[in-house]
Design a protein around this ligand. Structure first.
Ligand SMILES: [Zn+2]
Length: 181
C-alpha cells in the first residue's frame, strides 16, 4: 500500500517533523507562498496540511486534498492520524530526516568512528545507535528530544479512536523504548 505523502505549511513545522520521524514523506517550505504549496500538492500528489482557511478553500476548489488544522492541537493531530491511519509509533528504521525529509541509514558499530567530532563527545560515548541522513548528513540519536516526542506520540495515541488493526503476538521491537541514560 502506498503511504500518503504530505506538504505542510510554514505554521505547522512540528507536525512536519513528527510525520517525517514516523516515516511519512513530507514536504515543507519555509517560504510563505500559497501558490507554491498548492503547486507542490498538485504536481506531487501530496495532501496539503494547512492552518490557513483561505488556502484550504483554494486547495479544495482545485480538487487538492487538504486538511485544515488550527495548529498543533492534540485532538486535531489525533483526528488527522485517524483519518490517514497513521500509527504514532516511531520506528527509526523507517524514519525520515526531520530536517530535510531525506532517508536515514543506521551507522553500524564499526562505522561509528565516522561521526566522532560531529556530535558532542559525551553523546558519542553515551549512545550506541546513530543514524545518518543520506541527503543532508545530519546525525541523529535517541536523545532526550526523541523521548519527549515518543511521549507525546503516546499521548496522541491515547486520543485516537481504536483501530481495527489487530495487535498480534508478533508485535515486536516497535514497542522498545529508547535507551535511557
Ligand atoms: Zn537530512
Amino acid at each position: 500500500m502506498m503511504m500518503t505523502t504530505f506538504v505542510v505549511d510554514t505554521m505547522l513545522g512540528k507536525i512536519c517533523r513528527w510525520l517525517r520521524l514516523l516515516g511519512y514523506d513530507t514536504a515543507y517550505s519555509t517560504k510563505n507562498d500559497d501558490n507554491l504549496l498548492l503547486q507542490i500538492a498538485e504536481t506531487e500528489g501530496r495532501v496539503l496540511l494547512t492552518s490557513d482557511a483561505e488556502l484550504h478553500r483554494r486547495a479544495e476548489g482545485k480538487g487538492i486534498p487538504s486538511v485544515l488544522l488550527r495548529g498543533e492541537v492534540d485532538e486535531e493531530i489525533a483526528a488527522l492520524f485517524n483519518r490517514f491511519s497513521i500509527d504514532p509509533r516511531i520506528d527509526p528504521a523507517r524514519s525520515r530526516c526531520s530536517k530535510c525529509n531525506g532517508h536515514l541509514t543506521e551507522i553500524s558499530e564499526a562505522e561509528k568512528e565516522q561521526i566522532r567530532g560531529r556530535v558532542f563527545e559525551q553523546t558519542y560515548n553515551h549512545y550506541d545507535r546513530f543514524w545518518l541522513c543520506t541527503d543532508c548528513s545530519s546525525v541523529f540519536f535517541q536523545g532526550g528530544h526523541w523521548k519527549n516526542i515518543n511521549r507525546y506520540m503516546e499521548h496522541i495515541r491515547s486520543l485516537m479512536e481504536p483501530t481495527q488493526t489487530p495487535v498480534g503476538p508478533t508485535h515486536d521491537h516497535r514497542e522498545t523504548r529508547p535507551r535511557s541514560p
